[in-house]
Design a protein around this ligand. Structure first.
Ligand code: ADP
Ligand code: MG
Length: 359
């Protein structure tokens, strides 16, 4: 169902994204070692990852790094290692037994079904080595996917170095990393930063964009048709005007209106209140670093688009701040994906974020 609010897992439920899926499969076929899937929140990265992996026929492991971070406040190596193995075992049906055998040859790893237990500390490099060995013996490549990989930076473990080690030494492992906080992910990986371990490695980047107006309209039209819901074109047009081409919000509207069968106004109200709760929760994590982020976003939402005007607004609300410090906060908001800079002007790419921070 197009309006299923969970990340999609089946191609039939994924609207379009044909180009991105093709790039995904081609990057895998060409044997790229690192594939990045980038785009702001709710553009469908997790969905594309799920469907792409399923369609690829590669053995794969997928870990949601963000939920690990929220559960532990860091990314413990042991937990990450266990999650990687469990997900790989779950994805692999036909070669499960050989995979299990190789992994169980590591001292202290006990496997039952797809449940893994470590009886002693394990380190990821050894586990990656076994996975690579297994892949080589089976004549396969294995994908290790980290969803919202920028959270790997928030750990005492140098995961960038670890990935670099695997890229250089384990030719049968491919990494796919998604990131909503595109700048943060790039900073963390440092693929273009000579001071970082992954510098200079080949990588393929797949960037998700919002739907165009026509695509957004067509998406809603088809979603309602699939549910046999008779929704007038004028309403669809109005919704697209208000919430733009961010598929996550369009899906949520479709779900409330078409599945929950709320009226148009009720659906919009419910969409806004759900979006508000979600966005405020997400923002709370960066506001923990600086309260000024809120005022910067508010300044932009209220129509200040230039560095100088934004700074004036923020100073008016929070007191003086020096230029370098202010610039840094602004840059971070771009890296987090909350702001975009176009021709020297700052904008908020998500219309619901804009509306919510303005109020
Ligand atoms: P992201 O990982 O980028 O935040 P998700 O994959 O979680 O985005 O998708 C956000 C929402 O949009 C989910 O409800 C998902 O079902 C829906 N969605 C994303 N991409 C598509 C698509 N191409 N077709 C239909 N629904 C989609
Ligand atoms: Mg996601």
């Amino acid at each position: 169902m197009l309006f299923d609010p969970r990340p999609k897992t089946e191609k039939k439920d994924l609207y379009d994204r044909e180009r991105e899926l093709k790039e995904f499969q081609e990057a895998l076929k060409l044997g790229e070692n690192i594939i990045l899937l980038l785009g702001i929140r709710r553009l469908g990265k997790s969905s594309l990852l799920n469907v792409g992996l399923k369609e690829s026929n590669f053995p794969y492991s997928k870990v949601d790094v963000r939920s690990l971070y929220f559960a532990y406040g860091t990314i413990p190596q042991d937990v990450l290692a266990r999650k990687i193995i469990e997900s790989l075992l779950a994805s692999e049906k036909s070669l499960y037994l050989t995979l299990r055998k190789i992994l169980e040859s590591i001292k202290g790893i006990k496997i039952s079904g797809i449940h893994v237990e470590f009886e002693r500390r394990q380190d990821l490099p050894s586990i990656f080595e076994r996975i690579d060995l297994w892949a080589e013996r089976e004549g396969k490549k294995v994908v290790i996917a980290f969803d919202e990989a920028q959270y790997l930076r928030l750990s005492g473990v140098r995961y960038d170095g670890l990935i670099a080690y695997a890229i250089d030494n384990l030719p049968n492992i491919i990494f796919i990393l998604t990131g909503s906080e595109v700048g943060m992910l790039h900073d963390f990986l440092g693929l273009d930063n000579p001071k970082k371990p992954l510098f200079g490695r080949q990588y393929e980047e797949i960037v998700l964009d919002r739907f165009t107006r026509d695509e957004s309209f067509d998406f809603l039209r088809r979603g309602f048709e699939e549910l046999n819901a008779n929704i007038p074109d004028e309403e669809i047009e109005e919704v697209v005007n208000r919430i733009d081409g961010i598929v996550g919000w369009l899906t949520l509207y479709g779900y409330l209106r078409g599945v929950k069968k709320l009226g148009k106004e009720e659906s919009l109200i419910s969409l806004y209140s759900k979006a508000k709760a979600l966005i405020e929760e997400e923002l709370s994590h960066i506001l923990a670093y600086s309260k000024r982020y809120k005022f910067i976003l508010k300044a932009v939402a209220l129509g200040n688009t230039r560095w100088k005007n934004i700074k004036e607004y923020v100073e008016f609300r929070t007191g003086r701040i020096n230029d370098a410090k202010f610039s840094n906060l602004l840059k971070n908001l771009v890296k987090y994906g909350y702001l975009e800079k176009r021709d020297g002007e700052y904008i908020i790419p998500d219309p619901l974020v804009k509306e919510i921070v303005a109020n």
